[in-house]
Design a protein around this ligand. Structure first.
Ligand code: SF4
Ligand code: MG
Length: 293
């Protein structure tokens, strides 16, 4: 029997009633609002959405949006999200986590999920610091940035997340700003609608520990790629050039977009129906074992 889709009447129906302990003014509030509004605008049935997080301040998100949720381990957001996508490829899978989580301990998973082009949306709350553990340097902290772990300033250069996901093979690479909720919402909607790995790096002020990259700092530098005459997100050359831009000017918007097959497209066993709908009764694994030995 087919299930009736649940259509939400207003975005408040996505509230769980749980409270969070984010600092007043934290950029995570803007990202949460944009994500909820995107789910509502796209008329997604909450029971068809899976939200997976790792460990970090922003990783409380699955507790705050009434869809299926999984609060996983530090750096393991994407392995859990990809497993869920493979188990039930009809679900809309959204992964969310911080820069330390995704670009530090989870870096290997990030590169391989992008390379495989799973149909997942990955939102990174990039505050350029480890917020939950009280302000240590992260992989996106700028060169010279001083923190408790780098009191003399960061020696190494920061990573470029968009260039990284693009060269790894992600088919949708974008960047938003937590201080522009409406624009971020549109980016998240485009990422969810895109078939393939959608990486959305979100510049997210940490008002408590990062006193350099503030709302004002970003507002003075951000400009929209959609306002750049002649910018073409299907051009790898243009996208890579913009992905390197940081400092006086920082682009936001869709850097790169490409239509190509996903990992799931190449799996014949889920072509007709999701793995969860396959029966596990009367399966004879004998021939498979014999052929192995
Ligand atoms: Fe937000 Fe920073 Fe506070 Fe964490 S420590 S809740 S990232 S402002
Ligand atoms: Mg962080």
């Amino acid at each position: 029997m087919s299930k009736t889709l649940k259509i939400l009447n207003n975005v408040q129906e996505l509230d769980t009633g749980s409270s969070c302990n984010w600092c007043p003014g934290c950029g995570d509030f803007g990202i949460l609002l944009a994500l909820k509004q995107a789910i509502f605008d796209l008329k997604l049935d909450p029971e068809s959405v899976m939200l997976v997080s790792g460990i970090g301040c922003g990783s409380q998100a699955p507790h705050l949006i009434k869809v299926y949720g999984f609060h996983s381990l530090h750096g393991r957001t994407l392995p859990v999200a990809t497993a869920m996508k493979l188990a039930n490829n009809k679900m809309t899978v959204i992964a969310i986590g911080g820069d330390g989580d995704g670009y530090g301990i989870g870096m290997g998973h990030f590169i391989h999920a992008a390379r495989r082009n799973f149909d997942i949306t990955y939102i990174v709350q990039n505050n350029q610091v480890y917020g939950l553990t009280k302000g240590q340097t992260s992989p996106t902290s700028e060169h010279g940035y001083k923190s408790k772990t780098t009191p003399e300033g960061v020696i190494e250069p920061m990573i470029r997340p968009i260039a990284l996901s693009m060269t790894a093979g992600a088919s949708f690479c974008a960047r938003g700003f937590a201080g522009d909720i409406m624009y971020l919402k549109e980016l998240i909607k485009a990422g969810i609608q895109h078939k393939g790995f959608s990486h959305i790096d979100v510049l997210q002020p940490c008002v408590t520990f990062n006193k350099i990259n503030t709302y004002q700092w970003y507002q003075q530098r951000i400009y929209k790629l959609s306002d750049v005459e002649g910018y073409d997100p299907s051009s790898r050359t243009m996208a890579l050039e913009k992905a390197e831009e940081w400092g006086e000017k920082i682009p936001v918007g869709v850097y790169y977009k490409e239509d190509r097959w996903t990992y799931e497209d190449k799996l014949p066993m889920i072509a007709e129906k999701p793995l969860v709908d396959h029966s596990i009764e009367n399966i004879d694994i004998g021939p498979a074992i014999e052929s192995y030995f």
